[in-house]
Design a protein around this ligand. Structure first.
Ligand SMILES: [Zn+2]
Length: 343
């Protein structure tokens, strides 16, 4: 067919739509764009040819080329949107997740339960007016035993019970060691407590360990009495375990107190009905206490005729075991994260 046009837009359009139809990715569509609309593309060729056409035809042909360009641009963009939507749907399908699945729980670090219970117990002591002090884990034998009125042949001094480092130094067997050094540094009245680790060369079982934590306290001053001690301990254990807890004092013996008592609380697990934890007695032994022995006050550099004082020591680990119903003391020292994350 003869034509007076220098180009065949109809065929070009047909060819364009054929290519568009066959292309299903963005790279291919970009190639088509460059081929038609690029600097050396078909549109540029058409503009070149337009200049060769007879002058009177140029406006009309120019209009046709513009329409051609607009139509092709519109179709190319439509196809591009189409492909993009399909790719998005595909990737969503691939990354589809089930919102009913349980989330990942990240393990967060937290303080050890022994530290938590020490904090809880010492916070109560602070609220009752006692001041916290620290003392050494490595101590002289004299401070650990002799100055606390232990007789020279006391069985606790035996190598079997105590970790000696050399002839005179040892790992403290109780936090009571803080008493004499503190009395030598301060003038009465003083009401102090010390919390920390203690060490004993004992067989490791579910109920005993070679290291455990204690809190020791004493109050030295004029007219300090046993009644002060008993009322303070009542307040302490009620704040720790609740208002229903009952206290019982039993006569006992410690070298550094006279008189000495053992403190029991009513079983917090069974409310005194009887359970394995209290060995069906309804009572739990939680602390030792008494009036400071005159020899200890003297060793601290003060006159026992002028000053009197009470003292007590309590186990932290046992309290923690009671609070959380932990059956085996070894669990507190094994750093098993499956156990620790329960707190
Ligand atoms: Zn019980």
């Amino acid at each position: 067919m003869m034509t007076d046009k220098p180009f065949d837009l109809h065929s070009l359009k047909k060819e364009f739509h054929k290519r568009l139809h066959q292309t299903e990715n963005l790279e291919g569509l970009e190639e088509i764009r460059v081929c038609y609309f690029g600097k050396k593309g078909i549109l540029q060729d058409l503009m070149g040819m337009l200049r060769l056409a007879p002058k009177e035809k140029i406006p009309e042909l120019g209009k046709e080329i513009n329409l051609f360009k607009e139509e092709l641009t519109k179709d190319l963009e439509g196809k591009k949107r189409n492909v993009e939507e399909r790719l998005l749907a595909l990737s969503l399908e691939k990354e589809k997740f089930d919102i009913t699945l349980p989330g990942k729980i990240r393990n967060r670090a937290h303080s050890h339960p022994v530290l938590d219970v020490i904090e809880k117990m010492t916070e109560i002591l602070r609220s009752l007016g006692l001041k916290e002090v620290h003392s050494n884990e490595i101590e002289a034998e004299t401070v650990n035993f002799d100055l606390l009125n232990f007789p020279a042949d006391h069985p606790a001094k035996d190598m079997q019970d105590t970790f000696y480092l050399d002839d005179s130094m040892l790992l403290r067997t109780h936090t009571t060691t803080f008493q004499v050094p503190m009395m030598r540094q301060h003038q009465p009245p003083m009401a102090l407590f010390c919390a920390g680790r203690v060490f004993r060369n004992e067989e490791v079982t579910s109920r005993s360990h070679q290291q455990f934590s204690q809190i020791d306290a004493f109050h030295l001053g004029k007219g300090v009495s046993m009644a002060d001690l008993l009322s303070l301990l009542k307040l302490f254990y009620r704040r720790l375990f609740g208002d229903n807890v009952l206290l019982r004092f039993r006569k006992s013996y410690f070298p550094f107190t006279e008189p000495s008592v053992e403190i029991d609380i009513s079983c917090i697990r069974c409310e005194q009905k009887g359970c394995p934890i209290c060995k069906h007695t309804g009572w739990l032994e939680v602390a030792g206490a008494g009036m400071m022995h005159p020899n200890v006050i003297k060793a601290g550099g003060h006159d026992p005729d002028i000053y009197t004082g009470w003292a007590f020591g309590m186990g932290v680990d046992r309290t923690l075991m009671l609070l959380h119903n932990i059956p085996d003391i070894r669990m507190l020292w094994e750093s098993d994260t499956r156990f620790l994350h329960q707190f």
